[in-house]
Design a protein around this ligand. Structure first.
Ligand code: ADP
Length: 301
């Protein structure tokens, strides 16, 4: 399997409250590896797969530490590009004691992915592989990746986050599973998703864009699946929530890993819900991704 997407170094400051303009506050800093693509690849690796990952890093300290943490997690790094003269993506995250936040992102090297780079990275896609892409890469690069689906014969999961317009209709038709959250589903369809019924309505509109299936996540409510033949909703597992950061990434990594392990569809969605449920019980992004054994235990209990 192979993931395509962004990698960032998240500089997370915990502060009592968010600052006002001109104000200086004291806070506690944690440097966390992040970026949606990286989080998703790590989620699959923690579940025991050995995914390839294509991302671009700067030739800087952040890039070296990000690359190391990906390898440590079990992600195959052969396709990763380290780019002299560019800086790694980073995010400044302020989190107040009440959970409110402020985020500024410098995408750095993530912004410079070209279609030619995708052509080179695609050498690492094995036949019959599951390929996962999020929307942080430039649109022309995503269009190129999606348009090579038939020739390469892979199955494509598309997590449209951060959601933007511009994907070609040919690219949309090559998507097997589109996996938006409620906000992204609204942005793509104009349908406000607040329960399974409205999710069904949005899923119908998502299918009109061209993908074979729509799989909408609804936070603490669970997930809704629809394709041309069937539709079903599965409830989220009730857990004590500590931090919902990267819940969607855990879900996508978990779903992709389950498909790669040839689980039947409904089982794959259920396992993705379990991976995401365990993720929200722990603080952090990549550090909160559960192992395959932890998920097995959780599903037995
Ligand atoms: P995102 O993190 O992309 O905004 P969601 O909020 O829809 O995505 O969450 C993705 C998945 O994470 C949900 O489908 C669910 O499985 C799980 N999840 C999120 N919040 C909770 C929660 N409070 N309790 C249990 N599972 C949750």
């Amino acid at each position: 399997m192979m993931f395509f997407g962004t990698t960032n170094l998240d500089l997370c400051f915990n502060v009592e409250r968010l600052p006002t303009p001109g104000e200086s506050l004291m806070g506690a800093l944690n440097r966390n590896p992040g970026g949606k693509g990286a989080n998703q690849a790590v989620a699959a690796a923690r579940l025991g797969l050995r995914p390839h990952f294509y991302t671009r890093l700067g030739d800087d300290d952040a890039g070296r530490s990000l690359s190391l943490s990906l390898r440590d997690a079990g992600v195959r790094a052969d396709a990763i590009e380290v780019c002299p003269g560019e800086i790694s993506g980073s995010a400044l995250v302020l989190v107040g004691d009440d959970g409110s936040n402020m985020i500024v992102i410098d995408p750095g090297a993530n912004l410079n992915v070209t279609p030619a780079m995708i052509d080179r990275a695609a050498e690492f896609i094995e036949h019959d592989a599951i390929v996962v892409a999020e929307m942080g890469m430039p649109i022309p690069a995503l269009n190129r990746l999606f348009e090579m689906k038939r020739a390469k014969g892979f199955e494509l999961i598309f997590n449209p986050a951060p959601v933007r317009a511009g994907l070609s209709s040919a690219a949309w038709r090559n998507v097997n599973f589109v996996t938006p959250n409620q906000t992204e589903a609204f942005e793509l369809t104009g349908v406000e998703v607040h329960d399974f019924e409205s999710a069904a309505h949005a899923a119908g509109k998502l299918l009109d864009l061209g993908p074979n299936a729509a799989l909408i996540t609804l936070g603490a409510q669970g997930a809704f699946y629809a394709d041309a033949e069937r539709a079903f909703a599965l409830r989220a597992f009730p857990v004590k929530v500590v931090d919902t950061t990267a819940a969607g990434d855990a879900f996508n990594g978990g779903f992709a890993a389950s498909l790669a392990q040839r689980l039947p569809l409904r089982e794959a969605v259920k396992r993705a819900l379990a991976v995401a449920a365990l993720c929200v019980t722990r603080r952090g992004a990549q550090s909160s991704m559960p192992t395959g054994e932890a998920v097995d235990e959780f599903l037995k209990s």
